[in-house]
Design a protein around this ligand. Structure first.
Ligand SMILES: C[S@@+](CC[C@H](N)C(=O)[O-])C[C@H]1O[C@@H](n2cnc3c(N)ncnc32)[C@H](O)[C@@H]1O
Length: 222
């Protein structure tokens, strides 16, 4: 997707993907990810996800990457309110960095990011990031994730539906596609699979006849 598409979503607040509450899949399954408290969790394409607040509350450090300054201004405000701390915002090179103890939010293009920008990553939480990418960008997204986070374990929430019934985003990304992106170096375990069309009237209105949410755990092959 062009950057303009996402900037416009945030300017117009057309952000149907944003959840007011912690994603139940994160709360239910994060403990199955081999990462210790205090370690650094990367949240690519983070928007203003309240899942970041959950990870911080649990005791992890968080690195978020997001294109939209509107989103990260809102994220920084929630962090300040929730944890009563000041988030420092500074333009550094091509990025705007938001920093506080244990928190780094990078405003910039994911595809330009390096591991030098993010620092070392111990685990990844991908909700609505891989599935926000059209098919022609998905491999590049996964290669970028591997470049930035190496083989860090990952909790990935994906959706599967008949792509001919609805144009994304979100796009349908079946588990075998996840396997094709990461399976050479990661074990791919399907840890939850639910029919979620009943909870998603807006997708029913967009023409979907079936929608499954799949939670996938990726751990490095030894
Ligand atoms: C579907 S939203 C998901 C946001 C968040 N993960 C959540 O669960 O609410 C995708 C996000 O990716 C951001 N994004 C899209 N392309 C990007 C890029 N190239 N670099 C950084 N962020 C990007 C968009 O601005 C948008 O906030």
């Amino acid at each position: 997707m062009k950057h303009e598409f996402w900037h416009e979503r945030w300017e117009k607040q057309e952000i149907g993907f944003h959840l007011a509450d912690t994603n139940p899949a994160l709360a239910a399954h994060w403990q199955t990810i081999p990462v210790d408290l205090g370690e650094r969790v990367l949240v690519p394409l983070c928007g203003k996800s309240v899942d970041i607040l959950w990870l911080l509350r649990e005791g992890y450090q968080v690195v978020g990457v997001e294109l939209s300054e509107v989103a990260l201004d809102a994220m920084a405000e929630s962090i300040e309110e929730t944890f009563s701390l000041a988030v420092d915002k500074q333009k550094v090179g091509d990025y705007i960095l938001y920093r506080a103890a244990g928190i780094l939010l990078i405003c910039g293009d994911w595809f330009a990011m390096t591991s030098y920008d993010t620092g070392p990553i111990d685990a990844v939480y991908d909700r609505a990031a891989l599935i926000a990418m059209p098919e022609d960008l998905r491999r590049q997204y996964s290669e970028q994730l591997r470049a930035v986070a190496g083989n860090a374990p990952q909790l990935l929430v994906t959706l599967e539906y008949d792509q001919s019934e609805m144009a994304g985003p979100p796009f349908s990304v079946p588990v075998d596609q996840v396997e094709s992106y990461y399976g050479d170096v990661m074990n791919i375990d399907l840890i939850a699979d639910k029919d979620c069309l009943i909870d998603e009237p807006k997708f029913r209105e967009r023409g979907l006849s079936s929608l499954r949410e799949r939670v996938v755990r990726l751990t490095p092959k030894v």
